[in-house]
Design a protein around this ligand. Structure first.
Ligand SMILES: [Zn+2]
Length: 264
């Protein structure tokens, strides 16, 4: 019985982190848009506003009550609508909560301890980065740097099997490889092949796979990206060279595939 209560609490904790990350993405989108309008560097974000502003409805700006902040339960009780203005609440909030609640419980059941908490945070932040890039074709540096530092600290603390040397060499190798490809493409094709945030996210993920697996990670990610852009441009009836896709999902899947292949 105690174990059931503990696992339920873990699920609620994971779902709450998911809820926070989903809200953070919405706030980041608003902040990035405002900064772009003002002509200010989009990475110069108001962190205090992003992280510590009490939860509010995106449609009417009404501050949410504690009941409305309960993950999953509040969505069901409100029938997926704001209690004030009745504006629909996006289903991706529910998706964030369900996925991250399930991830935290699964990691606990596999590991039998809370030692995998850094891995849970890694998956959560990566999921938020993928969601943001998918929706806005942008990658906020705050996510990539969080994944990078979390990976390096986890390596130092022994929370992951990658040594700190492997992690640092992986970051450097990955960052300069992708920037090199980007510059070569720019020189010979005269346009960008990658977004500015992609090499940074790839470098951050490399801290988690280690330098010896970085070539596989980059290969898997590139293959997924190529398949995606060819399929998407075919479906849209446009030229492959003119079709932009978010690269963060390919990097995330490539990283997970690499880590899973390395485990077996
Ligand atoms: Zn509202």
């Amino acid at each position: 019985m105690i174990e059931v209560i503990f696992i339920t609490m873990l699920f609620v904790l994971g779902a709450s982190v998911g809820s926070f990350l989903c809200c953070l993405n919405d706030r980041l989108a608003i902040a990035c848009q405002a900064l772009t309008v003002q002509g200010v560097d989009s990475q110069d974000l108001p962190l205090n506003e992003l992280l510590f502003r009490p939860s509010f409805c995106l449609a009417c700006s009404r501050r949410l009550s504690w009941v409305e902040k309960l993950p999953i339960v509040s969505y069901i009780l409100s029938n997926g609508r704001c209690g004030g203005c009745r504006a629909p609440i996006e289903r991706r909030l529910l998706l964030f909560e369900l996925i991250l609640g399930s991830v935290l419980v699964s990691l606990f059941l596999i590991d039998g301890s809370l030692n995998s908490l850094p891995i849970f945070l890694f998956i959560g932040i990566l999921f938020a980065a993928v969601d943001f890039d998918y929706r806005y074709l942008r990658l906020p540096d705050i996510y990539s740097y969080s994944i990078l530092w979390l990976g390096l600290i986890s390596s130092i603390l022994g929370a992951i099997s990658v040594s700190i040397d492997e992690a640092i060499y992986g970051v450097v190798f990955s960052y300069f490889s992708l920037h090199g490809i980007r510059l070569v493409f720019l020189r010979f094709k005269g346009r960008e092949s990658l977004g500015m945030g992609d090499p940074l996210l790839a470098a951050a993920l490399s801290a988690w796979v280690g330098v010896s697996l970085v070539p596989y990670f980059l290969l898997f990610s590139s293959l997924i990206g190529v398949v995606w852009v060819v399929s998407a441009s075919h479906l849209a009836g446009s030229s492959v060279s003119n079709h932009a896709i978010p690269f963060a999902p390919s990097l995330a899947i490539g990283c997970m595939v690499t880590l899973l292949v390395a485990m077996v």
